[in-house]
Design a protein around this ligand. Structure first.
Ligand code: S3P
Length: 172
């Protein structure tokens, strides 16, 4: 196994934080949830960063933390769903990671996000289905663009997804 770095990407609620630790354990890698990492480093919640400093400040922190892991070994990183917006991040992902896009239907995402939408800065206050459709239309081509592997998550368990991803790993 030569792949040293795996990035799990996909929309909010796609299952990155569920599959990530299972995959990392299977590979014997460490798992990093990039949002948790940002919260630890900044001493604030994601909501607080958005509220106090705005989305662009959050995106700057996100880019900075992603680049911190670009040369790490034996690691599975799960960045937030918006990581693909910045070309610099897409470039890091393409060059430095085996990128797995966890593709999930919009209806599944809406079901998973409904109870927590009010706590998510990019969803709060919007009609949920329309907002997901809008953000997906802006992002799905970007997820496709950086993906080394695309895995459809609907109806599968985190364990079977981890097995599928591990089976598709190639040297990064
Ligand atoms: C975001 C997704 C969130 C978090 C932030 C912005 C996005 O992470 O980074 O609220 O732009 O899609 P998850 O995808 O882990 O929920």
């Amino acid at each position: 196994m030569d792949t040293l770095r795996v990035a799990l990407i996909g929309f909010m609620g796609c299952g990155k934080s569920t599959v990530g630790p299972v995959l990392a354990r299977r590979l014997g890698y460490a798992f990093v949830d990039l949002d948790s990492d940002i919260q630890t480093v900044s001493g604030r919640t994601i909501q607080e960063i958005f509220k106090e400093d705005g989305e662009s400040a959050f995106r700057a922190l996100e880019s900075e933390r992603l680049s911190q892991y670009a040369c790490a070994s034996d690691i599975v990183v799960a960045p937030g769903g918006g990581v693909v917006i910045a070309e610099a991040n897409r470039s890091i992902l393409r060059r430095q990671f085996h990128v797995v896009y966890l593709r999930t239907k919009a209806s599944t995402l809406a079901d998973r996000l409904r109870s927590e939408a009010e706590h998510r800065p990019l969803l709060a206050g919007y009609p949920l289905e329309e907002r997901i459709a809008r953000l997906m239309s802006e992002r799905s081509a970007l997820y496709d663009e950086v993906a080394s592997q695309i895995v459809d998550f609907d109806g599968k368990s985190p364990h079977s997804i981890a097995v599928e991803i591990a089976g598709g790993l190639e040297p990064a």
